[in-house]
Design a protein around this ligand. Structure first.
Ligand SMILES: O=C(O)CCC(=O)C(=O)O
Ligand SMILES: [Fe+2]
Length: 264
């Protein structure tokens, strides 16, 4: 990818809080993934139970898809230009925070956060970028099938704008397979509505600056951690503990080791 393409994306991102990279991904690998999506969801729903996933608002997501298929690692390995854009947007030292699929089913919908206007990271102030999402569609995304909606420039403001402003300014990121939507995780966004009779699936990867993690697992070293106040527990990293496996992650949100966005 040419460096002027990278600076175009960086400039758009600075201005609007999102940018679209056209034709960045090999469509053959995407077609292979697309053929396998039903299988990932079937496996995931069988592993956890559809009712339970509905209850914890997880039905739409297959989390940590690299656990199911190393084609998702290949996708990273074969797209170093995407990596170069992320380096330019964040830092050389950035890491994957999560790697998921999000599917909007035509007939069923949970109360997942993604259906409402939300951010995927706290707001730290205009111009402070700590996390970047990329969204990779596995079919065309259109207004009809629920293309992700964004509020341009909302990464520069602390609060969600009023409904009137949102209605006038929101955009839908309509994408072709091969395109990548880069989004400052502080930009307000929401899944659209799938009004078609086919599912809409996207790959979503969140990246963060790598040093935002503890150097040492403080909580694990303190067997009596529960005796402290929530405030002190928070400072010790109790509410951002990493789940060791999906069974540990997929519990009712109150019991989750990593609490986003429940606990601020
Ligand atoms: O599915 C989408 O279009 C966006 C979902 C989303 O933003 C989320 O789940 O955090
Ligand atoms: Fe999101």
């Amino acid at each position: 990818m040419e460096s002027n393409q990278i600076s175009r994306i960086v400039n758009k991102m600075n201005q609007n809080g999102y940018a679209i990279g056209k034709n960045m991904i090999n469509t053959e690998i995407l077609a292979t993934i697309a053929e396998r999506i039903d299988g990932y969801y079937e496996k995931d729903h069988a592993r956890f139970g559809r009712d339970f996933l509905m209850e914890i608002n997880e039905l739409e997501q297959v989390r940590n898809v690299i656990e199911y298929d190393d084609i998702f690692v290949k996708l990273l390995e074969e797209h170093m230009e995407m990596d170069a854009v992320l380096e330019a947007l964040l830092h050389e030292h950035h890491i994957i925070h999560n790697y998921n699929l999000i599917r909007l089913f035509p007939d069923v919908k949970t109360n997942m956060l993604g259906h409402q206007w939300h951010r995927d990271v706290y707001y730290f102030g205009p111009g402070i970028r700590t996390a970047v999402n990329i969204m990779i569609p596995l079919q065309k995304t259109t207004i009809a099938n629920g293309a992700t909606e964004l509020i341009p420039k909302s990464h520069l403001h602390k609060d969600l704008p009023d409904a009137d402003y949102i209605e006038k300014n929101k955009i839908a990121a309509e994408l072709e397979p091969g395109d990548v939507l880069f989004c400052d995780a502080a930009t307000f966004h929401a899944a659209g509505k799938n009004t078609t009779d086919k599912p809409r699936t996207i790959i979503v990867l969140k990246h963060t600056l790598s040093f935002f993690t503890q150097q040492y697992d403080i909580c694990r070293a303190l067997p009596d951690i529960e005796k402290y106040s929530d405030h002190i527990k928070g400072r010790l990293g109790y509410f951002v503990r990493v789940a060791e496996n999906m069974e540990q992650f997929r519990v009712i949100p109150e019991n989750r080791r990593y609490k986003w966005p429940i606990r601020y």
